[in-house]
Structures are given as C-alpha cells and as structure tokens.
Design a protein around this ligand. Structure first.
Ligand SMILES: *[C@@H]1O[C@H](CO)[C@@H](O)[C@H](O)[C@H]1NC(C)=O
Length: 293
C-alpha cells in the first residue's frame, strides 16, 4: 500500500490536465430556466436572455456561450437569428451546431451599447457567470463570447479583461470600442472581418487580432492572405507557432460590415449559407480548446 500510493498520486497528477472545473450548480436541481432575466449589477438593473439546453442534465458540465449584439441591437435579435431571421443564425449560427450541448446567453447593453464605462459591462458579464455557475452545471473552463461590431468590441474586452474566466472569443467586424483592460494574457481568438467594411475598417480587425497573435506567442500574421475585391469569397488562415491551447485564426472576406458573411453564389450576408458559425464552432471545438482544464 505504501509502495503503491506514490504511483497512484502520479497517475492522479497526470489525469489532472483533463479534470473538469464544474460549477457549484452541478448535481443540484437547476434554478435557472430559459427566458429573459434581470439582475442588479452595481445598483443597475441588467437584462439578458438565456437558453438552457433541452434535456438539461445537472451532472454534465455545459459550455456557456455569450452572443453580444451590435450597436442599437437587441438581445432578441441574437437569440432569434438576427435580422436575417434564420434558425441557422440563432446566436451567430452556433445554437444549431451546439445541438443542446451549450448554455446560450444574449445580454442586453444599456442603450443598445457596450461602452464598458468604469467596467460596467465587464462587471455585468462577471455577474452573469456567477449566476449561471450557481444555478446550472457549467464547465468553467469552457466559456466563450462572440459578437458583431460593438458586440465584437465587447467580446474583445472580455478577452482582455477576463482571460481566466473565458476560453475563447470570436470577433466579427470589431474595433476597440469597449476598451482592453489587462490584455496581456492568451485567449483562443478567431477574428473575422470584411475587406470592404466602411464602419470599422479591416485595419482595426487586424490590430485586435495582432494583440492576441502576440499574447498567444504565435508568428506574425502580417502576411495572411485576404481575398480579392469582387471575388465574393473568404480566406481563413491559422496562425502558426502559438502556445498549445491558444490558437488564433483570421478570416477575411470580400464583404462589408456584416455578421453572417457568405460566399458566392449566396447573397453577401446570409444566415443559411454563412461559413461563420461552422468555422467558429470548429475552432472552439479543436481538442486543444475544448478539453476542460
Ligand atoms: C444531436 O444530439 C443528439 C443526442 O446526443 C444526437 O442523437 C444527434 O445525432 C445529434 N444531431 C446532430 C445533427 O449532430
């Protein structure tokens, strides 16, 4: 027995890499149901929509995926499939792909925006994390955020501010509108931007990407190919040399300031034909990202 114990301890240490970080809500009756919720954050009432998976099981650590709306957008647009009104575009195309393996959240920005004044919106995200951890079974190493435009800016701020609480982000047509406090730690990062974006030009998307190219220890993406104008296609490039578990991808498309980019012959923005959801879902489900830790 005394001889065996150190070996068992050694094995336990080895399996640690795959040990889940389950929240306090695991093993308990859920106290959170699907719908619109209000919580108080620093004295301000904040609203969000949550979708709990069908056939929710309290012994399974679920991913939590935040979908953040654009300037003047509403949480319902994210939850219902955007202005494209497509079942394939609910939560930026990820709900259908997750197939009931993730908790989806669409928070509402004050006045439809994410200025993160004095950290107000980061505090809101932290308060929602605590709320879900307590009321549902969450795999705490598997939280993600995706957003478009202002919501992309806020997801970028999440990557900067909350590197321990989030595993990955997807930034669709973003700029640095919500700040970047901290911002020196790695995060699995997927940047998506249109070469014809007249609202937040692609240079801003490259700049945000390059922050995490650096944080993640990847080789420069300065030479990453982008599609030709008029090609109506997209080019996705994976950064090389990144720290294990912290990949970066960059997808440039021949489109404008849009969220559901699609290749020709589909219309430029099309929730049914968009490659954005499938590519983001595949990226977040790379074994190096999806393995709990
Ligand atoms: C979704 O999950 C269910 C239950 O695990 C499974 O039977 C089904 O094949 C999955 N559907 C898709 C499209 O992957």
């Amino acid at each position: 027995m005394h001889i065996i114990s150190p070996i068992l301890l050694g094995l336990a240490a080895l399996t640690d890499v795959a040990t889940a970080a389950l929240s306090a809500g695991c093993g308990k009756a859920p106290t959170v149901t699907s719908g619109i919720k209000t919580i108080s954050v620093g004295g301000t009432q904040r609203q969000f929509t949550v979708r709990v998976p069908n056939n929710y099981q309290n012994n399974k650590g679920y991913k939590v995926i935040y979908g953040l709306h654009w300037n003047g957008g509403r949480m319902e647009q994210v939850a219902n499939g955007g202005d494209t009104g497509s079942k394939n575009w609910k939560y930026f195309g990820l709900q259908i792909l997750a197939n009931e393996t993730a908790i989806f959240v669409a928070p509402l920005g004050l006045n439809g925006q994410w200025p993160n004044t004095n950290g107000q919106d980061i505090n809101f995200i932290k308060a929602m994390n605590d709320y879900f951890d307590a009321g549902l079974c969450v795999e705490k190493s598997q939280r993600f955020s995706i957003g478009f435009s202002y919501g992309a800016a806020m997801s970028y701020s999440v990557a900067c501010n909350l590197p321990k609480d989030f595993r990955g982000v997807a930034i669709i047509a973003g700029g640095a509108l919500s700040g970047c406090s901290g911002g020196s730690e790695p995060m699995a990062y997927f940047g998506i931007h249109g070469i014809n974006d007249g609202t937040l030009p692609i240079a801003s998307g490259r700049q945000l990407r390059d922050k995490f190219v650096q944080n993640n220890g990847c080789a420069s993406m300065a030479g990453a190919k982008e599609p030709a104008k008029g090609s109506r296609t997209h080019i996705t490039t994976a950064a090389t040399g990144c720290k294990a578990g912290y990949p970066v991808k960059w997808a440039a498309h021949d489109g404008g300031h849009i969220q559901a980019a699609a290749d020709k012959p589909a219309p430029e923005e099309n929730g049914e034909a968009s490659w954005v959801g499938p590519e983001v879902w595949a990226f977040w489900n790379l074994p190096e990202v999806a393995t709990p830790k």
